[in-house]
Design a protein. Sequence first.
Length: 140
Amino acid sequence: MLPFGMTLDDFKVGVSKVRNRVICRVSRELGLMEEWGSGYSRIIKSCRDGGYPEQEWIEQGVSMKVAFRPHPETHEEDVPVNVPINSRQQWFLDQVKVGVKVTATDIAGHWKVSEKTAKRDIADLKGFRKKADIIFFRGL
């Protein structure tokens, strides 16, 4: 739920409810904020002007998560940008990409590492350790 009873539709049309006036004032004085309630429309316009697909806006408690999709002209799909991954993680992603079910045990056996290391590699890809958010589980 967004704060103050706001809805996602309110957010999209520019309704702005200030939670911390001091942070807002300082942000404005530093030039980090142009005007109240303009962020959503400016993001949409910038992405549209740049040829990017529409973003996904997700309510998470009292905050908002935005999922940006890669540009359609990107040649290397499913390659994380600015997120360093190791060779074991890249191998894991390559296997998953072609439909192979891979477990931590498979990674450990293939790369001769402990299962704990393999689980940590997968956890990093899932974002559990605040490194990335590259994979997620869907369904069973």
